[in-house]
Design a protein around this ligand. Structure first.
Ligand code: ASP
Length: 202
């Protein structure tokens, strides 16, 4: 709200809001990100601007405090829209993104979930992904999503959150969307883009 009231863009508001949530261990994003089956953190984030439908996303990012800020850099400062794993980390480093020690992500809540999943040997809990949509004073929309994915996800698993059209979408002509839920289902039906398309063509 403060960002928008001061005349900031919808993209600025989305990044500011999600960055705050990424620092709060209550949420499954940034600091509070869940553990993979191998006991590490692989972060996903994406952002999209409704004005021109430019977008940026990263998946499997390790070692950076604000995945949403890295996604924004992808949108603003690269000719690509999606980076993964070590390549995403390389890009983050080149942009001077703020790094985070592995210990930063060792939170009690996420670890307790990990131990429960380990016992059952199954991917399950999927709560606490963060998202934000904003409409600025110029009438432009933006949407962003950031997550650690699902507890006990397998190495390299990619959910819907960083997939533009599945977990995130923004188009000034229709809507801005950030989804949460079991990512595989959202990818199979391209949920966010489908909602937009129904509004556009309906
Ligand atoms: N959609 C996220 C994923 O599948 C999880 C969530 O929304 O909590 O990675």
């Amino acid at each position: 709200g403060a960002v928008l009231n001061a005349g900031g863009t919808a993209v600025d508001a989305v990044v500011a809001t999600i960055s705050l949530l990424e620092d709060d261990s209550l949420f499954n994003a940034g600091r509070g990100a869940v553990y993979t089956a191998e006991g590490v953190h692989e972060l996903d984030a994406s952002i999209m601007r409704g004005e021109d439908r430019n977008c940026g996303a990263i998946t499997g990012l390790q070692g950076y405090r604000h995945p949403i800020a890295v996604a924004r850099e992808v949108m603003d400062r690269s000719e690509h829209v999606f980076f993964s794993g070590p390549g995403a980390a390389r890009f983050a480093e080149q942009q001077g993104a703020e790094p985070a020690e592995e210990g930063w992500f060792d939170t009690q809540k996420a670890h307790a979930r990990y131990l429960r999943a380990l016992k059952r040997d199954t991917t399950r809990e999927k709560f606490g992904t963060v998202g934000c949509v904003a409409l600025d004073t110029e009438g432009h929309l933006a949407a962003g999503t950031s997550t650690g994915g699902m507890t006990y996800k397998r190495h390299g698993r990619i959910g819907d959150s960083p997939v533009i059209g599945a977990g995130t979408w923004a188009d000034d002509r229709t809507c801005a969307i950030s989804a949460t839920g079991w990512g595989e289902y959202f990818i199979r039906t391209a949920v966010a883009h489908d909602i937009h398309a129904r509004m556009l063509h309906g």
